[in-house]
Design a protein around this ligand. Structure first.
Ligand SMILES: Nc1ncnc2c1ncn2[C@@H]1O[C@H](COP(=O)(O)OP(=O)(O)OP(=O)(O)O)[C@@H](O)[C@H]1O
Ligand SMILES: [Mg+2]
Length: 309
């Protein structure tokens, strides 16, 4: 009885949860179902391709706000894609993600940020620091200078208006993520889901399952969420020690194989003091690329480096 009540409480919207479960359950058949595989003539293929050019979904490509990145991605993150942002701990994954969310929000794109890593208080602190360009780590209202406080207040005010939703539940599985994303989309619209970070997603491990298979189910589910909700999913991912190099490879993704296969884009991030080196090493819809961003770590901020005149 108590258990049932508890389950109810954890399941605020059973219908959405059921839907999410179905999405996740359908995933193994996903590749086949998705392409409705049958031979098509070139004329039919070209006709549907031409239709695709009018596709309003292309308008929902979510910009990262970093022009080198958007250039490589063909405008930004595309609906239906799984995008990985991978790096060693402390190299700027979260910073970049929060800056992308703010950049996209300023352009009117609605995001849902799953912060499995940090409580939302910390997320908000970092976002405000980034926008205000202040080091917020050791300021208190009492000690801060007035001009700093004014900047912080202005940034806080600006964020209140932005279409960003933060979910900081400490342990979530993909089914929860699918359900919460679907709910958010139904409630007020949703253009992009960001997960910080993939290895923190609670994995159900069936008997005899390898870690690889469990991770594979997670990435397939994330991809299915992207397809089902017709939005991009951006997942941050930790690199293993072998990835501790200036030239990280797809094989360095922890629990690789699955990650690499299921992602439409894979981008590595590597901190070099005041710079973040960004390497787009897999891109199904475009080219690979390498560029740097200015990284002001104490402000939790990244900026495009402007072209030399
Ligand atoms: N107040 C500060 N002053 C200077 N550097 C800071 C400050 N706060 C954070 N940093 C640095 O900024 C970087 C933050 O990186 P970020 O958290 O974005 O990396 P990450 O890839 O998400 O790491 P993790 O895997 O640990 O989550 C770290 O290198 C950290 O040392
Ligand atoms: Mg992080």
């Amino acid at each position: 009885m108590l258990e049932a009540a508890h389950a109810e409480a954890a399941d605020p919207n059973t219908e959405t949860m059921d839907h999410a479960r179905n999405v996740v359950a359908a995933m193994s058949a996903f590749a086949l179902a998705d392409t409705k595989s049958r031979p098509v003539s070139m004329s039919e293929a070209v006709a549907s391709w031409a239709k695709g050019l009018d596709n309003p979904e292309l308008l929902r490509v979510v910009p990262s706000g970093f022009y080198d990145f958007d250039d490589a991605l063909g405008g930004g993150f595309r609906p239906g894609t799984l995008n990985l942002l991978a790096g060693r701990p402390g190299h700027g994954k979260t910073t970049m993600a929060l800056n992308i969310i703010a950049n996209a929000a300023e352009r009117g794109f609605k995001s849902l940020f799953f912060s499995l890593e940090m409580p939302r208080q910390e997320v908000v602190t970092k976002m405000i620091a980034s926008r205000a360009r202040v080091d917020i780590s050791n300021i208190t209202i009492k000690r801060a200078k007035d001009d700093v406080l004014a900047k912080v207040a202005a940034a806080a005010g600006a964020f209140r208006e932005l279409p960003i939703t933060i979910d900081d539940a400490a342990s979530l599985g993909v089914v929860d993520i699918a359900a919460r994303a679907a709910q958010t989309q139904t409630a007020g619209g949703l253009d992009v889901v960001i997960v910080d970070y993939l290895q923190l997603i609670t994995m159900e491990r069936a008997k005899g399952d390898t870690k690889d298979e469990a991770v594979g189910r997670v990435t397939k589910a994330l991809k299915a969420i992207a397809k089902d909700l017709r939005i991009p999913v951006v997942a941050l991912s930790q690199l293993n020690r072998e990835g501790d190099t200036d030239d990280p490879q797809l094989s360095h993704l922890r629990d690789s194989g699955n990650l690499e296969q299921d992602a439409d884009t894979v981008t590595f991030i590597r901190r070099k003091d005041k710079q973040a080196d960004i390497m787009v090493k897999k891109n199904r819809m475009g080219r690979t690329a390498a560029f740097s961003l200015r990284f002001v770590a104490q402000h939790h901020r990244m900026d495009s480096v402007s072209y030399e005149a």
